[in-house]
Design a protein around this ligand. Structure first.
Ligand code: AMP
Length: 581
């Protein structure tokens, strides 16, 4: 079905003039150096993201401006100015250096709920010259262990209940020297835990931020691949140029905005755009700790008079499901600009935004590895529902064939980005060969398939690999299969993404059983629970089918493509490498 183009109209029809008044002109004149000069550098080579996001505002009229408004699930509110964030993050940096022995470049990981301490802690870690890595609080012990072990994290910042959840893995982490526990509920702490509250109390509020080199490592986000365990994509302090520029020009942030990014800081969107993008721009952001509820989300938009809202397709589809009448019960007039990322945004969702919310939803595309938005729909530009938009000014994106040569408009191929943008990842932690394999002929190969049209808009087609997109969480099938095989009854497992109208895909596992185990509903449920406890809700199989054996290549690799084709009733394609066919 063809969807009508959403026409944005002339510049003077906008309530607030968009930061990009003319896309083509912006593209023609864009220079990263110019953008970068808007940020607070120590000198030509040295910059620190923590400094740019917090302390840089101290000498400006934003000093006492609210940086963070936080509301808990239970409705408590806490507010922090930029000066508060600067001071608290100094204290945290002092704790790391003086009480946890953290040195420049050490890894400090956060396995914490969406509480203000995670924001303070991350800023403090950066200011101390260490590298932070966030872990989604819904992860189970296996998922946490893999990431802490691989990164050789020296410090873990967590809460009593999350620590209890992963207690079994801690003895197996030889590099972990200190656990800092954020104890909001006044739990009894273990003897060797460092209490965040007590340490903050004694820490000095003065700290000399480390003058990190722009190429020093700063951020580590784990991301899934098809084979092997998740890999740590590493970003440097220079990345903040990308966060800043894209927050300004794609999210279209203006100084008096109230901005809400619904992503958790456990994922890259929750740090690039739930911290560094808005704060490097000196913007007030709202954070809601609670879980999704359509009514509650509309209420938050109304209550905090949110003007710019960055969310995700699964959330939008759940809002759609909650009914067209609901938004009308709230005053959503403050909302000026809505953006979405993480999964394909269906044209129906864009049309719903226009019809029911009275807002255009601006889809954009990027990845953990790219660090910042690469392709976007801009406030000023018409939207073609179903398209991710056009490359950010300063970014060259293309569609290339399997020889890495560019394809003309209209042809499906591999989505690639010309190397060299500021927030490009610099390595996969400990896997530099794998990193290098992602670059060919001056392109970074994204792992997505797409096409362009004759106006240069990009249209997403699919992943090129087996990585599953479950409500925006990227899940590597190998990680799930490995956990399933730890179940005493499972001999082998093959995992695929099965299309789902709300969450893009759900995880489906095909499992063969060890001798002596009988297939049955109880066993299915037991395996599901087993996986949920070790991974997370998004990564655990929603469906399990028992099979006698799994289709494999002659070299023994599970042919997930065949499992998927059979599941969806699609042609099986080339089966020449299948064993026993
Ligand atoms: P992550 O690294 O977890 O941020 O996931 C990045 C992947 O999510 C991309 O490679 C895409 O497969 C998918 N993705 C992100 N944004 C979009 C979008 N706007 N449309 C379609 N897929 C997207």
């Amino acid at each position: 079905m063809d969807y009508p183009r959403i026409i944005k109209g002339r510049l003077d029809s906008f309530r607030v003039k968009p930061n990009i008044p003319d896309y083509q002109k912006m593209r023609d004149n864009f220079r990263w150096e110019e953008i970068s000069s808007e940020l607070a550098w120590f000198d030509n080579e040295h910059i620190n993201i923590g400094h740019v996001a917090a302390d840089a505002h101290l000498e400006t009229d934003r000093r006492n401006k609210k940086a963070l408004i936080w509301e808990s699930q239970r409705g408590e509110v806490e507010e922090f100015t930029f000066a508060n964030l600067a001071k608290l993050s100094n204290k945290f940096a002092n704790i790391l250096v003086n009480e946890a022995g953290v040195l420049r470049g050490d890894r400090v990981f956060f396995f914490l709920e969406r509480v203000p301490e995670i924001f303070v802690g991350i800023l403090g870690t950066l200011k101390a010259g260490a590298v932070f890595g966030p872990l989604f609080s819904a992860f189970g012990p296996d998922a946490v262990r893999d990431r802490l072990f691989d990164s050789k994290a020296k410090v873990l910042v967590t809460s009593p209940s999350l620590k209890r959840k992963i207690a079994e893995i801690i003895p197996g982490l030889p590099n972990l020297e200190k656990i800092i526990v954020v104890n909001r509920k006044n739990d009894v702490l273990d003897a060797d835990d460092l209490s965040y509250e007590a340490a903050m109390e004694r820490a000095s509020e003065n700290f000399q931020t480390v003058h990190t080199n722009k190429e020093d490592y700063a951020i580590m986000h784990y991301t899934s691949g098809t084979t092997g365990k998740p890999k740590g994509a590493v970003h440097v302090h220079n990345a903040v140029i990308g966060h800043y520029a894209t927050a300004k020009y794609v999210l279209d942030l203006h100084s008096d905005d109230i901005y809400w990014c619904t992503a958790d800081p456990g994922w890259v969107t929750g740090t690039s755009y739930g911290m560094f993008g808005p704060w490097s721009n000196g913007i007030t952001q709202f954070v809601y700790e609670g879980v999704f509820s359509a009514r509650q989300w509309y209420k938050m938009l109304e209550k905090w008079k949110v003007t710019v809202w960055y969310t995700a397709p699964t959330a939008i589809r759940m809002l759609m499901k909650a009914g067209d009448d609901l938004p009308g019960k709230f005053d959503l007039n403050s909302v000026r600009h809505v953006c979405s990322v993480g999964e394909p945004l269906n044209p129906e969702a864009v049309m719903w935004g226009e019809r029911v919310l009275g807002k255009s939803i601006h889809d954009n595309w990027w990845q953990t590895e790219t660090g910042s938005i690469m392709i976007a729909n801009y406030a000023i530009q018409d939207i073609k529902p179903g398209s991710m938009g056009r490359p950010f000014p300063g970014i060259t994106a293309g569609i290339i064939d399997d020889n890495f040569d560019e394809l003309p408009a209209g042809q499906e191929g591999n989505l690639a980005v010309r190397t060299g943008w500021p927030s490009m990842f610099r390595t996969y932690w400990g896997k530099h060969d794998l990193y290098q394999s992602r670059f060919k002929k001056g392109w970074y190969i994204t792992g997505d398939r797409a096409r362009t049209d004759d106006e240069g808009y990009f249209h997403f087609i699919s992943r090129a690999d087996d990585v599953i997109n479950s409500a925006g969480h990227k899940v590597g099938p190998f990680e799930v299969e490995s956990v399933l095989m730890e179940h005493p009854a499972v001999a082998e497992a093959g995992v695929i993404g099965k299309p789902d109208p709300i969450t893009t895909e759900v995880i489906k596992a095909f499992v063969s059983l060890k001798r002596g185990f009988e297939p049955g509903e109880d066993l299915k449920e037991d395996i599901k629970r087993f996986a949920m406890k070790r991974l997370s809700m998004a990564a655990a199989p929603r469906e399990i089918d028992f099979v006698d054996s799994l289709p494999k290549t002659r070299s023994g690799k599970i042919m997930r493509r065949l499992l998927k084709a059979k599941e969806l009733g699609l042609p099986l394609g080339d089966t020449s490498t299948l064993e026993n066919d």
